[in-house]
Design a protein around this ligand. Structure first.
Ligand code: PLP
Length: 445
């Protein structure tokens, strides 16, 4: 059994100063299960109890090359020597904008932010300014950060699956009710549903915010035809298409989901993989739209364009653009899927994969869902039982089945063999435990 003694002790102390003992709600895994990290290297992390894990969470996506990558860290140190922030610009920003413009054709102009939340917030503001309309559409199962205008979601878990649509609720307390009026939602892969919303609210919707791969909902993926249809609908209704590439960007292809699915955004946002873990984000897009910044739209921030993050970003994108790193990552993901699939097939466990090999969802159902509503039909109880067993074995995945698995360049053949070995053990333990539970509950009846 893995010991979390030191993490548990630290949690008791930390919870007195930090709500839930952490700096992001998603890092709290319960009083006895919250992990505190000592360090990361390559594709592995070590907690303060010295448990070692092969990591498939990778900080929810920023780690694209590997933890403490020497090439990026050396560049970051050079960036540190430059001095940080100046309330003035450096030449490094143009270098980054040039690189991004080359990799992502839709990124005609670029502005920098510090986090995905800030970049999406800026994109929506620019879209409102350009269209003169305040409302926006977000896909069911989409996630776009922690600012109020996007902090609404479709509650499919409580929905009976038949009547009407799932209720739209705020993500927790403190989200102003007034922002619900701006928020519209519809399932992915249903262009008619989007057209219905647009017809009904054509005077008030200015933006359609999408993830082409739902990076916070099991990697459920948009069909190519759907993306073509919504591109056309946005053009017809004068709505800006914002492709949120905070998770897919510089991960699923050099040009992100837009390259993978051959779609061109009016505005797009990037954050996680740009700098291999250093905090930086991007809002980019059409010149005529982005030009509104400076003309009338305010965008800024004390820490935007920090020299450490910029240096790390320029080095990370140079590597992703000029080497086969993304191919290596995809190849690893495919081999992992093959291995996991074989183990599950041998045990007759129905399963399927979604998303992209660099950012994949694992479902315990024969058919992967094509929208969030269908997620309730997969056996996520099996996933919920399997995740803690994998943690015990030293394989780190998110406890919530909606979060995909992430791969990085440092995942190598040793990681693969070790993962498959441990996955096999964890699956067997899970099957046994669930069977025992089933027997007990049958006996009790
Ligand atoms: N957009 C998407 C698609 C995301 O996945 C996330 C975070 O997971 C965000 C925006 C918000 O990014 P951040 O956590 O950097 O604020």
């Amino acid at each position: 059994m893995r010991s979390l003694k030191k993490s548990n002790q630290h949690f008791t102390k930390a919870a007195k100063r930090l709500p839930l003992g952490v700096s992001s709600n998603f890092r709290y895994w319960g009083d006895d299960n919250t992990i505190y990290v000592k360090r990361g290297k390559g594709a592995r992390i070590w907690d303060i109890d010295d448990n070692e894990y092969i990591d498939y969470r990778l900080a929810y996506g920023p780690i694209i090359l590997g933890y403490a990558d020497p090439r990026v860290d050396e560049a970051a140190r050079e960036g540190m020597r430059r001095g940080g922030v100046f309330a003035l610009s450096t030449e490094m920003e143009y270098e980054l904008a040039e690189r991004i413009g080359k990799m992502v054709p839709a990124a005609e102009m670029v502005r920098l932010s510090n986090s995905g939340t800030e970049a999406v917030m800026a994109a929506l503001r620019v879209a409102r300014a350009y269209t003169g309309r305040d409302g926006h559409i977000v896909l069911e199962g989409g996630y776009h950060g922690v600012f109020s205008e996007v902090m609404w979601y479709s509650e499919v878990e409580e929905w009976d699956g038949k009547n009407g649509a799932p209720e739209v609720l705020p993500f927790g307390d403190g989200v102003p009710r007034i922002t619900k009026r701006l928020f519209h939602t519809a399932p992915i892969n249903d262009a008619n549903a989007i057209e219905d919303v647009l017809k009904k609210h054509s005077n008030s919707i200015g933006a359609f915010l999408i993830e082409a791969i739902l990076g916070n909902c099991c990697g459920i993926t948009a069909h190519r035809q759907y993306l073509k249809d919504i591109r056309a609908l946005c053009d017809r209704y004068g709505v800006l298409l914002i492709v949120d590439e905070v998770k897919t960007g510089f991960r699923v292809a050099k040009g992100g989901a837009q390259e993978l699915f051959d779609i061109r955004a009016d505005l797009c946002t990037f954050a996680k993989a740009i700098a291999n873990g250093y905090p930086i984000a991007v809002v980019a897009g059409r010149e005529d739209v982005m030009s509104r910044i400076g003309d009338a739209v305010v965008h800024g921030g004390t820490f935007t364009g920090h020299s450490v993050s910029l240096a790390a970003a320029n080095k990370t994108l140079e590597i992703l653009d000029e080497t086969d790193a993304l191919k290596t990552i995809e190849h690893y993901g495919l081999r992992l899927q093959q291995g996991l699939g074989r183990i599950l097939d041998e045990r007759g466990v129905a399963h399927s994969f979604t998303g992209h090999p660099a950012l994949m969802g694992l479902f315990f159902a024969d058919e992967a869902p094509t929208d969030y509503r269908a997620w309730i039909d997969s056996d996520y109880q099996f996933y919920n039982a399997l995740a803690p067993e994998l943690h015990e074995q030293g394989i780190l995945i998110e406890p919530d089945s909606r979060e995909p698995w992430f791969m990085c360049e440092a995942h190598n053949v040793e990681c693969l063999e070790e993962t498959l070995d441990k996955f096999e053990r964890a699956v067997d333990i899970t099957i046994d435990k669930l069977a025992t539970k089933q027997k007990r509950s049958s006996a009790a009846r």
